[in-house]
Design a protein around this ligand. Structure first.
Ligand code: GDP
Ligand code: IMO
Ligand code: MG
Length: 435
């Protein structure tokens, strides 16, 4: 059990690393669970007690009845998705009343953001989730966004929506040559209806976090390589999905996180969904095998995920960007039947060896992976509860990762279910105590 009072869980690759499973597992030991960036583009899967649940907006910790959940100010909130997710929880018998709070500073995703997402994708697509995320953040930074705190003054809300709809209609007609059927009255009415339903949860969330005396788990969405500043720009999401997003996403000073423990979640291989450079992508049989065994289809969009070997150059970069204290490696079981496993230890571009992750995506696109080949373990890791139960070659693989990236792998996940994990006690970071 992690004893640190503040734990940050971040995706260390291109998203879908298994954060949902890990956060669900670790939430047991925390009493406040915070999502602070992104929106319903996220899809965090939890498989527990024979049920599968995919959370998009809600912090995964909400599934534990002792946990209070926070949707912090850095998120963009789609009220329809919020309503769907909460209704779904109710149907499953999970009560959330009194233990879910939403920041009054959070921006709202409106239907016109989703329309623009679709049009931008048609114009010059990067393969977004079409959840309106990019346009919602675009409006926020262009100072055209609408926050939950704006819903109090209904007249003003209507005029803000009307202004935005007129702007989007103009864009549709003049730039995209499409007629839009957006109706500002209907949009305002529907969002007000949903807001009224959840209004009692809307509050100063930063204050709840900063005044909380107990333990807090911060749940990152997406992953470091999708971070708008640190990722493979422009093939990224529109928020800071690395540790950089913590401060603005919660409304708290970086000092608040100085005593937090930062853990990165990474798959034992790599996946990416949507466009963009991916040096270790496998386009043939091996990629298909990873996809089949790993069930690599998007949790939000159902799209097949692109699959490839573990990119240690990118992972070491993620360790550095986030100041990770340790890593959790998931989906180790997916590699159980591979005779050989490759890991990328450098890139090569036009005869030159590159050891660090480049900023330029066009350079990254031209990079070829330099691989080291490790022998596969060809036996089951699924269900192992103790390092001594792991095949020696699987342990060698983990040690190789640790040596390369310079931080310990403190936990392994060997299956999608809540109980399929093990701690690697011999590699625990000294600042963490476990029981
Ligand atoms: P997230 O976005 O990081 O929460 O990850 P997703 O939920 O989108 O995708 C991870 C997928 O892998 C889900 O289908 C999980 O159920 C599954 N999963 C998580 N950990 C493991 C694991 O250790 N082994 C296997 N085989 N599947 C896993
Ligand atoms: P979780 O939290 C994987 C990807 C999209 C696209 C890019 C931009 O489940 O790990 P967006 O809709 O955000 O504007 O799309 O980012 N993307 C994700 N990929 N996991 C996610 O979230 C993602 N959220 C967005 O596929 O390439
Ligand atoms: Mg996901």
């Amino acid at each position: 059990m992690i004893m640190k009072r503040k734990l940050v869980i971040l995706g260390a690759q291109w998203g879908d690393e298994g954060k949902g499973k890990i956060v669900d597992l670790l939430s047991e030991n925390y009493d406040l669970a915070v999502r602070y960036q992104g929106g319903s583009n996220a899809g965090h899967t939890v498989i527990a007690n024979g049920h599968k649940l995919i959370l998009h907006l809600l912090p995964t910790g909400i599934l534990h009845s002792h946990v209070t959940g926070i949707i912090a100010q850095g998120m963009v909130v789609d009220l329809e998705v919020l309503n769907q997710e909460l209704t779904d929880l109710e149907r499953k018998g999970v009560s959330y009343e009194g233990r879910l709070f939403i920041s009054d500073r959070a921006h709202v995703v409106f239907p016109y953001h989703k329309l623009l997402d679709r049009l931008f994708e048609k114009h010059k697509g990067i393969g977004t989730t079409l959840r309106g995320i990019g346009p919602a953040y675009m409006f926020k930074f262009a100072r055209k966004g609408i926050r939950l705190s704006d819903f109090e003054d209904e007249k003003r809300l209507y005029s803000l929506v009307e202004e935005n709809v007129a702007f989007v209609n103009d864009l549709c007609e003049k730039v995209f040559c499409e007629k839009s059927s957006l109706n500002p009255e209907a949009i305002t009415e529907e969002s007000l209806r949903l807001y009224r339903k959840y209004k009692h949860m809307v509050t100063d969330a930063s204050r709840i976090i900063s005044e909380h005396g107990g333990s807090i788990l911060f749940e990152g969405a997406q992953g470091t390589m999708l971070d708008v500043d640190m990722g493979t720009y422009p093939f990224v999401t529109s928020s800071n999905s690395s540790s950089l997003g913590l401060s603005n996403g919660t409304g708290l000073s970086p000092k608040f996180f100085s005593d937090a423990y930062f853990l990165g979640v990474a798959k034992a291989y790599t996946t990416r969904v949507g466009g963009g450079p991916f040096p270790t992508e496998l386009k043939g049989e091996e990629g298909d095998k990873l996809r089949d065994i790993g069930g690599e289809y998007g949790s939000t969009t159902g799209r097949p995920r692109r699959c490839g070997w573990l990119d240690l150059v990118a992972l070491r970069y993620a360790v550095k960007v986030n100041s990770l204290d340790g890593l959790i490696i998931t989906k180790l079981d997916v590699l159980d039947s591979f005779e050989e496993i490759k890991v990328c230890v450098a890139y090569e571009c036009e005869g030159e060896r590159i050891d660090t992750f480049p900023a330029s995506y066009s350079l990254l696109e031209r990079c070829k992976p330099v691989y080291e080949t490790l022998p596969g373990w060809l036996s089951d890791t699924k269900g192992a509860k103790d390092p001594s139960a792991l095949p020696p070659r699987a342990k060698d693989y983990i040690r190789f990762i640790e040596d390369f990236v310079g931080v310990p792998v403190i936990m392994l996940s060997t299956g999608p279910k809540r109980e399929e994990y093990l701690w690697l006690k011999e590699t625990l970071h000294k600042s963490v105590s476990f029981s």
